[in-house]
Ligand binder design. Structure first.
Ligand code: 5GP
Length: 188
């Protein structure tokens, strides 16, 4: 039987540096693919259809649910988000690793349906560092930062449910640690 890739769910609070870490990982690892989700939210400036997301209408999204074309889906801040199923399994069959960058409701659905999936929590090095990163972006008001801090503390609780916790203290080190986890969980 051919070697199958690992299905990995990456979860982490806003400010955990998850985006930068994923970029580093994709740059280092050729056979690792980031799943492109479908969403009903409007594209942000600079976002490209089919690259950042498949931007679809509510009807199109509901059609995908009806056709069982999604691995998981969730409603987050009044928009639908979901993972198209077919590309994920095609890649895994080819022996590639597939990363899902999704929120907690979706992560729980994937773990339930596919217990072989590995859930990896990206932990900011400390609460102080998280605050520094959120403040450092310079894009959010003090009120929004406090809301995000409160949400992050709640999300950190979810780490207990995850298979692995990676502390994002250094992006290269943390990306290497994730690459090792992906290879360790590979099915023969
Ligand atoms: P944003 O609108 O900021 O791009 O994403 C909002 C949230 O939705 C983030 O936590 C992101 O990880 C999550 N998300 C993105 N794609 C999916 C998906 O396919 N399924 C689920 N369940 N969550 C997703």
């Amino acid at each position: 039987m051919n070697k199958k890739g690992t299905l990995a769910i990456l979860i982490g609070p806003s400010g955990s540096g998850k985006g930068t870490l994923i970029k580093q990982l994709l740059q280092d690892e050729n056979e690792t693919f980031l799943s492109v989700s479908a969403t009903t939210r409007a594209p942000r400036p600079g976002e490209v259809d089919k690259v950042n997301y498949y931007f679809v209408s509510k009807d199109e999204f509901e059609q995908m649910i009806a056709e069982d074309a999604l691995l998981e889906h969730a409603c987050y801040c009044e928009n639908y988000y979901g993972t198209p199923k077919a590309p994920v399994f095609e890649r895994l069959e080819r022996g590639e690793h597939v990363l899902l960058e999704i929120e907690m409701q979706g992560a729980r659905q994937v773990k339930k349906a596919y217990p072989d999936a590995v859930s990896i929590f990206i932990m900011p090095p400390s609460i102080e560092e998280l605050r520094r990163r959120l403040t450092g972006r310079g894009t959010e008001t003090a009120e929004v930062i406090e809301k995000r801090m409160a949400a992050a503390v709640g999300e950190i609780e979810y780490a207990k449910e995850c298979d692995c916790v990676v502390v994002n203290d250094d992006v290269i080190r943390a990306a290497n640690e994730i690459a090792e986890i992906l290879n360790r969980y590979t099915k023969q």
